[in-house]
Design a protein around this ligand. Structure first.
Ligand code: UT7
Length: 323
């Protein structure tokens, strides 16, 4: 696989840590020192499809190809606009990618990596040739804005890449999931509310609609699993830690990123960070960062990159790519 274009889009509205300290008992000092986050972009009505569409069009423009050339759209999102139609189809309509087959994929913050792996498998099989892989989230819709343990952490946004087949480029991935630990990060209202079987079902928003997280458990999981799966993917790719130009990690907490750098003995220059501007944008965080690096010209001389993420499910993964 080769990435021939990248794009991203974030809502215009910026919410600072000080803004949040007006609605919950928190402070810029707490949020900055515990997470590294300074502000986040929050949708004022744009949906995941709206943000994903802009990111996708930017990526197509960057690649220099027309929407009609795309034959598959994979959208990674845990905040789709609707269950039906899927949000990738909404993006198809808005981008004019009329020849594409479209589906959504949900693996929370690991979603973009899983979508990229799926794209790689389709490209390798020859089933599709030009694939838009998008991570788009409006996490703000799933946040309980009175819960200071989660509301300060997340932001909205979208990132996209255009991927095409190229057998000369090595692509290796490792992934994993642990459904037994799913309860540490939940959301989405799955309680059955059906008047036919439950006459008390007066409230369509289920009690478990909002995101709930055991932050410390996720933190412990991330700081051990991310370096572990990066080592695994390096072994599988027959590469050393130093062979990699950039480690593009899911942007959740700067302390997690520093811990990964320390555990892998990688200089922090090779691990770019942008979470201070966006917070955790879930499946969008890796493609937004990829697009920033691309547009800053930093990928021009880069040969090898590793992407790695983790999130609800639990899910995780690491991918090695030759550029
Ligand atoms: O994409 C994957 C999604 N999730 C993550 O990556 C999250 C991973 N976890 C984390 O990043 C960190 O665990 C957090 C940032 C969520 C929390 O940091 P922490 O250092 O683990 O803090 P803590 O949960 O141990 O809480 C310490 C204190 C508590 O007060 P007490 O019990 O010590 O009095 C919390 O109630 O900080 C309090 N606290 C806050 N205080 C001010 C929790 N949230 C806040 C807040 N502002 N927003």
């Amino acid at each position: 696989m080769r990435i021939i274009g990248t794009g991203s889009c974030t809502p215009l509205k910026i919410v600072t840590n000080d803004d949040l300290s007006n609605i919950v008992d928190t402070s810029d000092e707490w949020i900055s020192t515990r997470t590294g986050i300074k502000c986040r972009h929050i949708s004022e009505g744009e949906t995941s499809a709206d943000l994903g569409t802009k990111a996708a069009l930017n990526a197509l423009d960057n690649a220099g190809i027309k929407p009609e050339a795309v034959d598959l759209i994979i959208l990674a999102s845990m905040t789709p606009d609707s269950m039906l139609p899927n949000t990738a189809c909404r993006i198809q309509e808005k981008t004019g990618a009329v020849n594409a087959t479209c589906f959504d994929l949900n693996a929370a913050c690991s979603g973009f990596l899983f979508a990229l792996n799926t794209a790689n498998a389709f490209l390798t099989s020859g089933m599709y040739n030009t694939i838009l892989v998008i991570g788009a989230e409006t996490v703000s819709r799933t946040i309980d804005w009175s819960d200071r343990t989660t509301c300060v952490l997340f932001g909205d946004g979208a990132g996209a890449v255009v991927a095409v087949s190229d057998n000369s480029k090595k692509y290796t991935a490792v992934t994993g999931s642990d459904g037994i630990k799913g309860s540490v990060l939940t959301g989405g209202g799955t309680v059955l509310k059906n008047f036919l079987v439950n006459s008390d079902a007066t409230n369509l928003i289920a009690d478990d609609y909002y995101m709930k997280m055991n932050g410390q458990e996720v933190f412990k999981f991330a700081v051990s699993k991310v370096p572990e799966c990066i080592r695994q993917v390096l072994d599988k790719s027959e590469k050393n830690v130093d062979d990699i130009d950039y480690y593009i990690l899911h942007q959740a907490n700067v302390r997690i990123i520093s811990s990964v750098a320390k555990r892998l003995h990688v200089c922090e220059d090779k691990i770019p960070v942008n979470l201070h501007n966006y917070g955790n944008t879930s499946a969008a965080s890796i493609p937004i960062l990829l697009d920033e690096l691309n547009r800053a010209g930093k990928l021009k001389d880069a040969k090898n990159i590793v992407l790695s993420g983790f999130g609800g499910g639990l899910t995780w993964g690491a991918t090695f790519m030759e550029l």
